[in-house]
Design a protein around this ligand. Structure first.
Ligand SMILES: Cc1cc2nc3c(=O)[nH]c(=O)nc-3n(C[C@H](O)[C@H](O)[C@H](O)COP(=O)(O)OP(=O)(O)OC[C@H]3O[C@@H](n4cnc5c(N)ncnc54)[C@H](O)[C@@H]3O)c2cc1C
Length: 302
């Protein structure tokens, strides 16, 4: 019987493991196949406090993992394949194996939706990016194409204009689905150009992105836009499939919760899985910390 089982080995889960370990709770943390989570995909992290010279994603993950182990966390690289939260203590299935825990922290993160192009995968981190707050600074005085038309696409396009000389939004619809406020801001921003009724067919370049080929969905006409970067901002999917039927889910796939507390006693949620606003390392770590403190208080109550 474990005191705490943490599902997810990204920044939220690892932070929860550090805090739970320091509270002498000996947590077990399942990382799944993506050890370190989304940040392990990035070469340079410039906005995580304490690293003024920047740090690579994999190095940061290595440090967080070492810190969690130092305080007694057991790190298991397997994937949790099922959960039974219908009665306490809770059960986690890892293939045929079942483990039992008094409390669970869900930190399974989310996946950015992508266009599904081979070229998009090839240029990921080499001109293709998914987080404006993280990468906009790279595009100082350059041109960026932003794909999408919802709140996050338009907000992120606006954010990039602080650096880029031009942002061209390519949106498949005939108008934005973003809020009226964001629409107005985009329309009056001189650095933003907009193409409605257009889809990206291919991302072009040699080693780095140099352009995108787009198709007008009304006329079928294809055009090449020269660009230095491509932001894909067409949404994300919370990794909550495992909890269907066990916990109440929101329309967007997140888990219904009051901050980190779900409706089940002793089951907490942290990180990007439930964050549709900030989706940053520090915010994921912050909620991992809150979840671990809540777990400690829950366990102390007996
Ligand atoms: C390319 C890229 C660059 C980024 N750069 C920055 C940056 O510079 N600065 C910044 O602040 N933020 C950055 N971000 C955002 C940041 O990485 C995320 O906000 C953060 O990783 C979210 O952490 P998380 O722990 O909630 O989830 P994730 O990082 O998504 O981790 C989820 C974890 O859950 C595991 N998991 C899922 N299902 C299971 C299961 N069934 N069993 C076991 N484990 C499971 C996964 O394997 C993974 O380990 C970047 C994101 C991307 C994609």
């Amino acid at each position: 019987m474990y005191d705490i089982a943490i599902i997810g080995g990204g920044p939220a889960g690892l932070t929860a493991a550090i805090y739970a370990g320091r509270s002498k709770r000996k947590p077990i943390l399942f990382t799944g196949s993506n050890i370190g989570g989304q940040i392990s995909l990035t070469f340079q992290v410039e906005n995580y406090p304490g690293f003024p010279e920047s740090i690579t994603g994999p190095d940061l993950v290595e440090k967080m993992t070492a810190q969690a182990k130092k305080f007694g966390a057991e790190i298991d690289e397997r994937t949790v394949t099922g959960v039974d939260l219908s009665s306490h203590p809770y059960r986690l299935m890892i293939g045929e194996e079942v483990i039992v825990a008094k409390s669970v922290i869900i930190a399974t993160g989310s996946n950015n939706r992508l266009l599904g192009l081979e070229s998009e995968e090839r240029f990921m981190g080499r001109g293709v990016f998914v987080c404006a707050t993280c990468d906009a600074v790279i595009y100082e005085d350059l041109k960026v194409v932003a794909v999408g038309g919802g709140d996050s696409a338009v907000q992120e396009a606006l954010d990039i204009t602080k650096y880029a000389r031009e942002v061209e939004i390519v949106h498949r619809g005939k108008e934005f689905t973003a809020s009226n406020y964001l629409k107005k801001e985009a329309l009056k921003n001189e650095r933003i150009k907009i193409r409605f009724n257009a889809v990206v067919e291919e991302i072009l370049g040699e080693d780095y992105v140099s352009g995108v080929r787009i198709r007008d969905t009304l006329t079928g006409e294809e055009t090449v836009i020269e660009t230095d970067g491509v932001l894909i901002a067409i949404g994300w999917t919370p990794n909550s499939e495992l909890f269907k039927g066990q916990l109440e889910l929101m329309d967007n796939g997140g888990i219904v919760a009051d901050d980190v507390r779900t409706s089940k006693q002793g089951v907490f949620v942290a990180g990007d899985i439930n964050d549709d606003k900030y989706r940053q390392l520090v915010t994921a770590c912050g909620s991992g910390c809150r979840a671990a403190i809540e777990v400690d208080r829950f366990l102390a109550r007996g």
